[in-house]
Design a protein around this ligand. Sequence first.
Ligand code: FAD
Length: 388
Amino acid sequence: MTERDEGDRLTETDVLVVGGGVVGCCAAYYLARWGVDVAVIDRDGINGQASGVNAGSLHLMTVSRFFKSRDPLWVAGRNRLLPLVKAAVETWRELAGEVDRDIELVLDGGLMVAETEGQLRMLEEKAEEERSHGLNVDVVTGSDLGTIAPYVSDSVIGAAFCAKEGKVNPILATGAVARGAERAGARFLQGTELLALETDGAGFEARTSRGDIRCHRVIDAAGAGAGAVAAMVGVRLPIESHARHMNVTEAAPPLIKHLVQHSDRMLSMKQAARGNVVIGGGWPAAFDTATGRPDVIKKSIKGNLGVARSVVPGLGPLRLLRTWAGMLTLTPDGDAILGEVPGVPGFYLAVPPNPGFTGAPICGRLLAERIAGKSTTFDLEAFSVERF
Ligand SMILES: Cc1cc2nc3c(=O)[nH]c(=O)nc-3n(C[C@H](O)[C@H](O)[C@H](O)COP(=O)(O)OP(=O)(O)OC[C@H]3O[C@@H](n4cnc5c(N)ncnc54)[C@H](O)[C@@H]3O)c2cc1C
């Protein structure tokens, strides 16, 4: 990626994207390809935060705890989310065919497993709702389950199966999209922090750690920092960030074909292209206020691996290679917050849904469509921050 020195300093752009995570890079990718002058700044490096440390799961099925909620905010959020993530996975598929390297996209399907009759009933109800939104989900038990997923433990009595779920390698994907954006004309400035944003109605003066940048529009794709960026123009963004834990085992021969989640326990796992098994599912990590970075806690290593091994006994002999933590940003209804903020012309929010890595390309694309004056494939107003 471009690293500019003082002599080559960026002073002006049409669209300034704050945040070089997957959302900001996808927005820049589409904008640049559609001829819009765009620059991305990141206080860190490209893909240095959540986008580079996540589990790489492409989720379509509704998370159980969202489904169980009767809160009207959550119900509306999850209903909007289903079509969005379906479009997102399609966008990942297109992107995988366009970028300059293999991003290890595999759509072999996902399983959400049940170990009790109650969990299985919940999955059946959930699958019915998912099917009503056009997402094909089957609940499989007995020999059907054994045929699809011979690797799961006898304690698993059934599972919801969605053939379109899958995975992408998060270490490779965002960089590949960023390079595509750069080739199309987007400029990238790493180590450049947005410190303040001033607007005069006709545009913005972005005060950064490497000088001022004049721009017409700003996309706030700052992940866990998006609230602080929004606050610079007086917008309250109701998001929360939590430190979350991940593990990866040594490489093993093919064992787990699918993305595997649990219907009631914190688990998501998959086997990466090189054979390593990536295990997560929302186990907590600590947040070190001194370094401003998340940090692993031992209890989560034990707890997460314990659930993983109880669902896939074949993991037993595999050694743990590495653990890490990242900041997961959540919205109050699980859905994306997108679009121009009423009252702040030219200021666009780009907060992906939960699941954010899954949803990122469609979020970036929708904003780019709006800014480039194309017809948008979704009604962006439905994702407005005004709903809170
Ligand atoms: C452990 C973990 C596992 C996850 N697993 C999955 C998964 O399997 N599937 C899934 O769909 N989602 C998953 N997620 C969620 C997903 O990773 C995030 O939703 C997504 O990566 C968010 O992308 P982003 O571009 O919005 O944010 P980020 O990747 O965090 O990028 C934001 C960027 O903004 C920069 N920035 C912030 N403030 C400023 C500023 N003032 N000036 C300049 N730059 C700034 C940061 O340095 C950062 O690079 C997981 C998250 C975590 C933490």
